[in-house]
Design a protein around this ligand. Sequence first.
Ligand code: FES
Length: 593
Amino acid sequence: MTNAFDPLEKSTHKSNDKLPQTEANGMQKGLTSYGDKDFSLFLRKAFIKGAGYTDKALDRPVIGIANTGSAYNPCHGNAPQLIDAVKRGVMLAGGLPMDFPTISIHESFAAPTSMYLRNLMSMDTEEMLRAQPMDAVVLIGGCDKTVPAQLMGAASAGLPAIQLITGSMLTGSHRSERVGACTDCRRYWAKFRANEIDEQEKDEVNNQLVASVGTCAVMGTASTMACIAEALGMTVPGGASPPAVTAERIRIAEETGTRAVQMARDGLTIDKILTPAAFENAIRVLLAIGGSTNGIVHLAAIAGRVGLDIDMDALDRMGRQTPVLLDLKPSGQHYMEDFHHAGGMATLLRELKPLLNLDAMTVTGRTLGEELATQGPGFAQDVVRPISNPIYPQGGIAVLRGNLAPGGAIIKQAAADARLIEHEGRAVVFNNAADLALRIDSEDLEVMPDDVLVLKNIGPKGAPGMPEAGYLPIPIKLARAGVKDMVRISDGRMSGTAYGTIVLHVTPESAIGGPLAYVQTGDRIRLSVSKREISLLVSEEELTQRQRNMPVAHPVADRGYHKLFLQTVNQADQGADFDFLRASEAKGKTPRV
Ligand code: FES
């Protein structure tokens, strides 16, 4: 893919070639408190010289590199190569690269759920950016929660910051069929549950689903956040799509390092990039790519760090005006590497141009419009549809309201069964994830294909951490009878790689006494995506009676991070961030449509 971006070229943003060496910059920044500033610098330099640095190196602008490489995180398995390339780019531009570790979170290696740790990672990132001397920072992230955590932390720290995505994994092949995590993981698991494949084939496909290091191969949350980071202006152009193990990903890393030095020189701080216009572009892209519903929660959290609230009704209006153009799994047919071969974000943004804020600033010091103008012309491909011939005429995500979700709920309509998006059915209720695990496959479970499966207590406080358990499995006896989809409702989240008629993020959650807490098996529930409605068809008097009879005890913990989490986590519409981490000054709502 051609990338017209020249990181060594001077940006249009006001620039100083040499960063003045003051207490606010470089190695003199943020001195440790010993009561004597000169001694503090003397000591700092003595220690770093112990690692072999010269005074000449220490006079350069310092570029921090947040290293999230971890043996527990194969999605970041290329971190060592990326760090080498970033360092090369920093050195080429006259900076001093300093990599440092932060928390790293992988979806499958974090209990009880990665989301429980996202805010902790954001705090780690923010405080390390504040505590250590650096003039700009390169954030290396990829797996679902890492990019949002880094953007949240960097937004609060306020430095010049640039996101480097680790990149997607390659696809594998199972008996000649192309496969990639994690949509195909779910598909093959559903086949195994339905007795369509045997134990041996299940084990065979397990070897093929993740063919290399890198993030999930489909438009799951990681790919969604990569596209959102580029749409926000937080990556170099073309930074979202190159797969993890390609030369292009390494070149992007080098460019990122070089760009970080220029950002430090220009004083291009993150607040100049994360503007309301940038969030509108990001939401527009989220809708047009049929992105993960998790993208909304993460965007709300990042926006909250700069004082912005996501206006869910405006988001829904934007959804009605934004067609889905990207044909990627789980709602389409291609994989992330195909998107890259089709030109990546440049191809998508070219189509969306009339709907974007082209004056939004990016990490290059040029606006999104200026960057788009430097990209070459489009070419024939079948992954990104023209805006005149979309895959789906409206945005992939709709916002629902009603007496079951007074604070809102969402549904990924692009991934739902068209026969079920207008549906009324009988509720079959599970009180929590353990109850679900116990009964969902029981032969005694009274359930019919038209029923609505309801799972309580998997919201931000309920589980805790709002796990991706909203993709309730089809009860095994129905799965074996060929049922592929049912209406499912919860206050939890769903993996971006999952699909089905699934209502998520019901707010307020059941664990704090939201109406979902009072749904009983046998109640009728109405879902109408056309009317944006999710309703419990129970009278107000009956609901009040149930609230009186079954008061909800809010979850509590004795100590530690669990206690902090339960005491301070916000609801989904505020990104499930901690209340004390949001910006103290409110700056309005986004999107403005
Ligand atoms: Fe890391 Fe899917 S598990 S991106």
